[in-house]
Design a protein around this ligand. Structure first.
Ligand code: SAH
Ligand code: SF4
Length: 355
């Protein structure tokens, strides 16, 4: 029997990831206890604004990659963004996330800077802003930090450089080293740093996922978003669909991964990702029950949602932000967790790091 502690080895984690059914129960129950005793049974809302699906990159897994000419491109107007933020603020969400395809250049940088300042002004600094806008230069990260962004999400996607190179084009615009460099930069610039991986990628073994979890621990991240890899027909990785684990297998492994990470890193923020719900209608609740403490209600205007399809069967694309808020509130109450309204919900891990 594996002794559950925050000193698990690759071998332990590989075995734990493979547990299913009744055998997985002790892992899930232990993780639930760790969560209760560390971050408590509180779930924080992060309102997600999918700002734009315009992207300069060509990641082989993603439905809004530049090469997908079938994607109808959009960018939200300032008014649309600010309306979504006002909604989040009035609803007392702890924070919002501005996410988009990866764009560089002066116009984009200035636009984000302007939006950050405007959000800060309108909400009296009461809404923490997280950015998820990909790899940028030190100057840009600095500028956005100074304009009010306090957190940044940049997934490593996989900590195995060989797999990374297989799921991205081979060029300097898609380099594992650059991604790592950006994560270090964000840390240096005093962002709360979030990262994560996809689970069930082609070429990935269970041991790779075990190493991913240890990578997140070693990097000492403050926040994690990880979920199952989901295929999208209009992407190069779709050609490998027959080599994938079943969706249920990817789901089960992702739930175990959340539980293991909670045990490895008791005081970080872990998201119950939307990708889980695209496999199991109660997927996000299941993640909350085994250790996740963050959920991201979608604030994107309904008319854009069907165009922000990173993967197929993305849930909630016909709903509006009011419906998403109500639905999630009910779902969380079912798990016996409270909602952390009206506070930033900073990762305890970050706060402790700063002491
Ligand atoms: N452009 C930014 C933010 C948008 S993509 C970036 O890449 O960081 C946000 C996340 O969506 C990615 O990090 C990736 O992990 C996830 N994603 C993309 N395609 C996916 C797929 N097919 N299945 C599961 N997750 C996917
Ligand atoms: Fe662009 Fe992000 Fe999708 Fe890569 S994962 S293609 S950077 S939106």
């Amino acid at each position: 029997m594996i002794h559950l502690s925050n000193a698990l080895t690759v071998k332990d984690i590989t075995q734990l990831l493979a547990l299913r059914g009744k055998d997985a129960k002790f892992l899930h129950e232990h993780a639930r206890e760790v969560k209760k005793n560390s971050v408590g049974n509180v779930v924080y809302f992060r309102g997600l604004v999918e700002y734009s699906n315009i992207c300069s990159k060509n990641c082989y897994y993603c439905g809004i990659r530049a090469g997908n000419q079938a994607a109808v491109r959009y960018k939200m107007s300032d008014d649309e963004v600010l309306e979504a933020i006002d909604f989040a603020w009035k609803k007392k969400y702890a924070s919002v996330v501005l996410q988009a395809g990866e764009i560089s250049g002066q116009e984009f940088t200035d636009k984000i800077e302007h939006l950050l300042k405007e959000i800060h002004r309108r909400t009296n600094g009461e809404v923490a802003v997280t950015l998820s806008l990909g790899e940028q230069t030190r100057e840009i990260y600095e500028k956005w930090r100074a304009a009010g962004a306090s957190r940044y999400l940049l997934r490593i996607e996989t900590s195995n450089p060989e797999i990374y190179n297989k799921i991205h084009p081979t060029n300097t615009h898609h380099s594992f080293e650059e991604r790592l460099r950006c994560l270090h930069l964000l840390r240096e610039l005093d962002y709360q740093v979030g990262s994560g991986v996809m689970i069930g990628l082609p070429f990935q073994t269970v041991e790779d996922v075990a190493r991913d979890l240890l990578f997140l621990k070693e990097f000492d991240v403050d926040m994690v978003g990880m979920g199952p890899y989901l295929e999208h027909e209009a992407t190069p990785l779709f050609a490998h669909k027959d080599q994938l684990l079943s969706k249920q297998e990817r789901f089960d492994m992702a739930i175990n991964a959340v539980a293991i990470l909670r045990i490895l890193m008791p005081d970080i923020n872990i998201a119950a990702t939307t990708a889980l719900q695209s496999i199991d209608p109660t997927g996000r609740e299941k993640a909350i029950e085994v250790g996740a403490n963050v959920i991201m209600p979608n604030l994107t205007p309904t008319k854009y949602r069907e165009n922000y399809l990173l993967y197929e069967n993305k849930p909630c694309i016909d709903e509006d932000k009011e419906q998403c808020a109500g639905c999630l509130e009910t779902r969380i109450r079912f798990t016996g967790n409270e909602i952390g309204y009206g506070s930033w919900g900073d990762a305890q891990h970050y706060q402790k790091r700063k002491l």
